[in-house]
Design a protein around this ligand. Structure first.
Ligand code: AP5
Ligand code: MG
Length: 292
């Protein structure tokens, strides 16, 4: 039979093809085709079970079973990391559209909790306003629960998580394997300009900048016409504290992921660093080019 692996990403197709070389099946049994298009063959139940075992043992992402046909594929699980104001939220908007996956922004989730004065919000508020990280134990379960929701079945984009080694390790311990870690790097002096001019539409997460990406009408969201806000933590004194926290916490994390990326594990995680000093469209194009 033919097993068709459906994925648009040539790097991933190559990785999977290499992994399948060590397959437990004998070669006559498996005529593997790695195709960028949507094709699959009908399999027997035994063949299903064998493939399922193989996939489980080797932690290959499972795409779907449909009508006795197996589609194996790669979900897009992305982590975006970068300094405050590096443009994570801005790039997330492009990438989630491109790959049909939801954005999971721990910052947005925490701000919503603060706004709603939930128990989490009351605990998180002071940390956020002081430019500090919210304690790991408040964040990890929040993200795990979110990832289990049905809209994450084809993957997800994490924006602002993990931010510490324990958060990253918690993902590995929970067997949540990531495909790409994308670092957007921007120097500190540019960050201050970006964050002091940011305006956001909290309900949708849309992000503007008074100079670099202004709304059509001053102070108003392009789509809903509702007022834009300045985030509480976008005061210059708080921005400087957030940058300090970033340099302390995130640099070890960048090393953690680039080291993981260099280890040749079956669940190949790819670490990509992108120069964030460019306009948002160009940065998006650079990221997508690296992924395909
Ligand atoms: P979070 O909301 O994640 O904030 P952050 O990391 O500080 O990042 P920002 O959202 O400020 O920036 P961004 O990179 O998304 O940039 P954006 O696209 O908006 O976290 C807030 C707080 O929550 C933390 O401080 C912490 O307390 C807590 N928290 C969150 N997650 C946590 C976790 N995992 N663990 C513990 N605590 C956690 O762009 C910025 C501006 O620049 C915009 O105006 C935009 O229009 C403009 N811009 C974007 N790209 C460009 C470009 N290429 N050129 C010019 N301008 C640009
Ligand atoms: Mg953001």
């Amino acid at each position: 039979f033919e097993l068709v692996i459906k994925t648009a990403f040539s790097k991933k197709r190559k990785t999977i093809k290499n992994n399948f070389k060590n397959i437990l099946f004998d070669q006559d049994f498996l005529n593997l085709k790695i195709a960028p298009n949507d094709r699959a063959e009908t399999l027997s139940i035994e063949q299903f079970i064998n493939i399922e075992n193989y996939v489980t043992q080797n932690k290959i992402n499972f795409y779907c079973w449909y009508n006795s046909t197996v589609f194996l594929g790669v979900k897009m699980k992305i982590i975006l990391i970068g300094a405050p104001g590096a443009g994570k939220g801005t790039q997330a908007a492009f990438l989630t559209k491109e790959f049909g996956i939801p954005q999971i922004s721990t910052g947005d989730m925490l701000r919503a909790a603060v706004g709603e004065k939930t128990e989490l919000g009351l605990k998180a508020k002071d940390f956020m306003n002081q430019g500090k990280l919210v304690p790991d134990n408040l964040i990890i379960d929040l993200v795990k629960l979110r990832i289990n929701k049905s809209d994450c079945k084809n993957g997800f984009l994490l924006d602002g998580f993990p931010r510490t080694i324990p958060q990253a390790q918690a993902m590995i311990d929970a067997k949540i394997f990531i495909d790409y870690v994308i670092e957007v790097s921007v120097p500190d002096n540019e960050i201050i300009k970006r964050l002091t001019g940011r305006r956001t539409h909290p309900a949708s997460g849309r992000i503007y900048h008074i100079t670099f990406n202004p709304p059509k009408k001053d102070g108003v969201d392009d789509v809903t016409g509702e007022s834009l806000i300045i985030r509480d933590d976008d005061k210059e004194s708080t921005i400087i504290k957030r940058l300090k926290t970033y340099h302390e916490q995130m640099e070890p994390l960048v090393k953690f992921y680039s080291d993981l990326s260099n280890q040749n594990t079956i669940n190949e995680l790819i670490f990509i660093s992108i120069d964030g000093l460019d306009n948002p469209d160009n940065i998006n194009a650079k990221i997508v080019k690296k992924l395909k």
